[in-house]
Design a protein around this ligand. Structure first.
Ligand code: NAP
Length: 262
């Protein structure tokens, strides 16, 4: 029997690549998606010829349909991993409207549209969608307001659809905390060190991803105390308000005179 097909967006990034490698080890055939064709080509070369790649920009309106057509031509997808994402820490007042649009498009709208486009394929095999969210999908964090809006949205979308499609397609949500990838620039890393925030490796996140995928769980968060913080924030946000506001000066000191680079 041929191996089931998994679509991984953002497959060339830190977490996406680790997930693709882990899935390939577990007998999945991967359709790797990102913008950089050379990076995709290099990863497919390492994973082997049975894997596929598609270079496209998730900001393009045609991207979901192109991905769905490619998957259909391969017999249909069993798993969709909505992992591509972007973030940039900036004061809200300096955040260019176009960066807000891109964050909402790539982090939220593209996963929704891609999920919808792939539903016929996923329904026919009782497939799975895993949306890669963030600890900041449950905790509002200063200078990350557009990112938080996109990840809170992704968490809400995942929860609602998971209930709507119960028993039809499994919709799951994974919330990593800070992870050692290119999404975090030097200043964000320095800030995390100053605040004592732990950083996981992408391989650790990929292992937890596999646990979620192979379980009946609908959602999973990575790391303690972030998990606990997210729960307390849901129950008693005032407590977390004061804890984070106490850190505001430190957080601000790592912003420098930031302009958007995206
Ligand atoms: N690292 C963390 O601290 C952390 C923590 C919590 C959650 N997350 C989430 O984990 C996911 C993966 O992030 P990462 O840390 O692995 O980031 P990363 O290393 O920067 O990788 C991002 C991936 O997304 C792709 N991508 C970005 N914009 C795209 C677009 N417009 N169209 C298609 N692909 C695009 C990138 O490839 P191209 O540039 O070639 O397109 C790359 O493969 C994201 O959703 C992120 O929000 C990360």
């Amino acid at each position: 029997m041929s191996k089931p097909l998994a679509i991984i967006t953002g497959a060339t990034g830190g977490i996406g690549e680790a997930i693709a490698r882990r899935l390939a080890q577990d007998n999945w055939r991967c359709l790797l998606v990102a913008r950089s064709e050379s990076a995709l080509h290099a990863l497919r070369y390492q994973l082997g010829d049975e894997h596929l790649f598609l270079a496209l920009d998730l900001n393009d309106e045609a991207a979901p349909i192109t991905i769905a057509q490619h998957a259909e031509a391969q017999g249909g997808a069993t798993l969709l991993v909505n992992n591509a994402g972007l973030n940039q820490m900036l004061p809200f007042e300096n955040t260019p409207p176009n960066l807000m649009r891109k964050q909402l498009q790539v982090n939220l709208l593209a996963p929704m549209l891609l999920t919808q486009m792939l539903l016929p394929q996923l329904k026919s095999c009782q497939g799975t969608v895993v949306n890669i969210g963030s600890a900041f999908g449950a905790i509002g964090y200063p200078y990350q307001s557009a990112y938080c809006a996109s990840k809170f949205g992704l968490r809400g979308f995942s929860e609602a659809l998971s209930r709507e499609l119960d028993g039809v397609v499994a919709i799951k949500y994974l919330a990593p905390r800070a992870t050692d990838t290119q999404i975090n620039d030097a200043q964000v890393r320095a800030m995390n060190t100053a605040l004592g925030n732990k950083m996981d490796s992408p391989q650790q996140v990929a292992e937890i991803f596999m646990q979620l995928l192979n379980s009946k769980q609908r959602r999973k968060a990575v790391g303690f105390p972030e998990k606990l913080f997210a729960r307390i924030n849901g129950l008693l946000p005032e407590l977390v308000d004061s804890a984070i506001i106490k850190q505001l000066k430190t957080i601000k000191s790592f912003l420098g005179s930031r302009e958007s680079s995206l």
